[in-house]
Design a protein around this ligand. Structure first.
Ligand SMILES: Nc1nc2c(ncn2[C@@H]2O[C@H](COP(=O)(O)OP(=O)(O)O)[C@@H](O)[C@H]2O)c(=O)[nH]1
Ligand SMILES: [Mg+2]
Length: 276
């Protein structure tokens, strides 16, 4: 049983950072310490896909150091970044977190920037805050030429096809207000790689949520290897076309509405209409 005091800041279930991991043994302890040492009341949920290198064991060893703040969900086999986040989003909604973050385990995203994303949503009216490399003040460091090309090319391509007004559509450093994740039909999000990141932003945009890009410096990982693959790139290229095409028929809104009354009460739209 979780207690939610809506409106109160710094309540225990306010901010949750979801970190998906696959073979991040050398990074995971460091990133967890870095977030917790901010002392800003962040909780962390690690979603590990049975990493063969034992990432989950490293996380478990830290449970006693961070009781009630650190959580782990273990899944069977590598199932992709997108489904890991969807799993985490459902977990976060069920527990009642207000601000839900996406962040990589590999220090490409600087934990010190979490608070910039948070305050953008908490105080500056954003529903979704994106840590963006491609707005003034944002940049990438140490990224190989080919990665920069794919990323910038992908951003341009996405804008051309979808007209979504987001400069960094594949960004993976994000803060969502809980309301956004509650209203998106997460069952409709099927992609696993970059296309997942694009589709989440696309869905939020189509539902009319306010998206704000906050400049960040994205630094290439120093330890471990990227899980980016040709398959993920291909999914991205075809995925953008698919996202745009299916948006002609598809509505991303969840077929239930949440009626805030201290608890999460869900009515189907039909039932809610009858209640009016
Ligand atoms: N749970 C889970 N995490 C993944 C998977 N693929 C990648 N990740 C994690 O997602 C984050 C981003 O992946 P990364 O390899 O750094 O991608 P890149 O930054 O695009 O090179 C890292 O924390 C990875 O460990 C997966 O299939 N399952
Ligand atoms: Mg990375």
């Amino acid at each position: 049983m979780y207690f939610r005091r809506s409106g109160a800041s710094n309540h225990p279930l306010e901010k949750l950072v979801i970190i998906p991991t696959y073979n991040e043994k050398e990074n995971v302890a460091g990133i967890l310490h870095a977030v917790f040492s901010l002392h800003l009341n962040y909780h962390i949920l690690v979603i590990d896909d049975s990493s063969p290198d034992g990432t989950a064991l490293v996380v478990k060893e830290l449970f006693s150091q961070y009781p009630g703040q650190l959580f782990l969900e273990e899944r069977k086999g590598k199932q992709g970044l997108g489904t890991a986040y969807i799993h985490g989003f459902r977990w976060a909604i069920e527990k009642g977190y207000d601000f839900i973050f996406e962040m990589d385990a590999d220090f490409s995203h600087n934990p010190n920037d979490l608070e910039k994303l948070y305050s953008c949503c908490k105080y500056d009216g954003a529903d979704v805050a994106i840590g963006s490399r491609y707005v003034p003040g944002g940049k990438t460091e140490n990224w190989p030429m080919d990665r920069q090309l794919y990323s910038k090319g992908g951003a341009l391509y996405t804008r051309l096809i979808t007209w979504m007004p987001v400069k960094d559509p594949t960004a993976g450093f994000i803060c969502y207000k809980r309301n956004v994740l509650e209203n998106i039909n997460l069952d409709a999000i099927k992609f696993v790689g970059y296309a997942f990141q694009i589709e989440m932003k696309f869905a939020a945009w189509k539902l009319g949520f306010k998206i704000t890009e906050v400049p960040i410096t994205f630094i290439d990982r120093k330890i471990g290897v990227s899980k980016m693959s040709k398959g993920i790139l291909k999914e991205g290229v075809l995925g953008v076309l698919k996202i745009q095409w299916s948006s002609l028929f598809k509505n991303y809104r969840k077929k239930v509405s949440s009626i805030p009354n201290g608890k999460n009460t869900y009515y189907t739209e039909d039932v809610a209409a009858e209640h009016k």
